[in-house]
Design a protein around this ligand. Sequence first.
Ligand code: GDP
Length: 177
Amino acid sequence: EPERVLEIDYVFKIVVVGDSAVGKTQVLGRFAKDEFYFDSKSTIGVEFQTRTVTINRKSIKAQIWDTAGQERYRAVTSAYYRGALGAMLVYDITKRQSFDHVARWLEELRAHADNSIVIMLLGNKADLTSKRAVSKEDATEFAEEQGLFFSETSALSGENVESAFLMLLEEIHGVVS
Ligand code: GDP
């Protein structure tokens, strides 16, 4: 029996940025493999993960890049952003500082990435409701001002992770097609 060959219509590079420990690796892992890794930093050295999805009858391979801890040393280079069509800008809803730094990450994206890059703001760790330090209203308002898409996610429960990535990929598809 012949092997079924999956034809890829598009490959979209997506970068994940944001402060250290906000859950970037976990969010990516959740979407790429639908798993939550308790041994989080075992992924160091992996440059990207992929997952192929079908959107509007096109098969789209999402190639999602992780900083693998480089953000700690402010060493995210322009090569990381090169060719990226989308970005997930992640903060932690329990860490006010990670939200305050979002503006800085936006500057980085706007300096190094393509002008047409689609950016989605992700408030992660939404499962930690009793520790919330950033309101949904503040984040929604900021996202509207900056022209970003916005969603709150939990890599732990999986809440909204899939829908956030699908929305980003759909928007990119709308830009490129
Ligand atoms: P990164 O440095 O931004 O890549 O962050 P990691 O993905 O390594 O996650 C940092 C820590 O937060 C780890 O201990 C994760 O297990 C934890 N974490 C990540 N996402 C979530 C989440 O949605 N909910 C909770 N409760 N913990 C999370």
